[in-house]
Design a protein around this ligand. Structure first.
Ligand code: GLN
Length: 196
C-alpha cells in the first residue's frame, strides 16, 4: 500500500486523491490517501502531494503547524513529493514575496501569478520528458519558474519557460495535473515509471 499524504490546509484534495488511487491501481498497488492538516501525519507517509491553492495561506499554516520540518525530513529521506502550482511555490527556494516563506526543498525560484497574465487560465498540450504523448496542462494564475538550480532537471517547458521540473525526489509543476483525467504526472512523480 502506498500511503500518500495530501497537504489539506487549503486547496484541492479530492482530485489528487483520485489520481493517486488510479496510478496505484495501474501499478497493481493500493493507495491510502490521508489529509495533512497538522504535524504527526507526514512521518508515516510514503509520498506527499502539495496541491494548488493560495501559497501565502499554505506556507503560513505549514509553518504554524510545524509541518515544514516534517516535509524537509521526508525529502531528506528521498521520499517522493509532487508539488503543483501554489504547492510548487511553497516548495521552492524563493518566491520573491515576503508573504510566502518557502520550504526550500526544490531548487527553483518562482514569480507568483506571472503566467498567462492576459488570460488567468489556459490549457496547453505539453511535451513532457518521458511521456509519449502531450500532457493536457491546465494553468490557473500559474507561477513562472525564473531560476533553476544546477541539479534540477527541466521536464517540460511552455513559452520557453520551465513548467515541470524534478529535483531529486521532488517534482514540481506550474500547472494543475489533477484537473484532467490524465494521471501520468502523478505516475511520474510517485512511481518514477519514466526512463531517462
Ligand atoms: N496564484 C496562486 C498563488 O500564488 C497559485 C495559483 C494556483 O495554485 N492555482 O498562490
Amino acid at each position: 500500500t502506498l500511503r500518500a499524504g495530501v497537504l489539506a490546509v487549503q486547496g484541492d484534495v479530492s482530485e489528487h486523491a483520485d489520481a493517486i488511487e488510479r496510478v496505484a491501481t495501474a501499478h497493481g498497488e493500493t493507495a491510502e490517501v490521508v489529509e495533512i492538516r497538522e504535524a504527526g501525519v507526514v512521518p508515516d507517509c510514503d509520498a506527499l502531494l502539495m496541491p494548488g491553492g493560495e501559497s501565502t495561506t499554505i506556507s503560513r499554516l505549514v509553518h504554524r503547524e510545524g509541518i515544514d520540518r516534517e516535509i524537509a525530513a521526508h525529502v531528506e529521506a528521498g521520499k517522493p513529493v509532487l508539488a503543483t502550482c501554489a504547492g510548487l511555490i511553497v516548495a521552492a527556494s524563493d518566491a520573491h514575496d515576503d508573504r510566502v516563506e518557502t520550504l526550500n526543498v526544490l531548487d527553483v525560484s518562482v514569480e507568483r501569478n506571472a503566467f498567462g497574465r492576459q488570460k488567468d487560465s489556459f490549457e496547453a498540450p505539453l511535451s513532457v520528458t518521458g511521456l509519449d504523448d502531450p500532457f493536457p496542462a491546465v494553468f490557473i494564475r500559474a507561477p513562472v519558474i525564473d531560476y533553476v538550480g544546477d541539479d534540477v532537471e527541466v521536464l517540460a517547458t511552455w513559452d520557453d519557460r520551465p513548467v515541470a521540473v524534478r529535483d531529486g525526489p521532488v517534482v514540481g509543476t506550474s500547472f494543475h495535473p489533477e484537473l484532467t483525467e490524465d494521471p501520468r504526472i502523478h505516475d511520474l512523480a510517485f512511481f518514477d515509471s519514466v526512463e531517462t
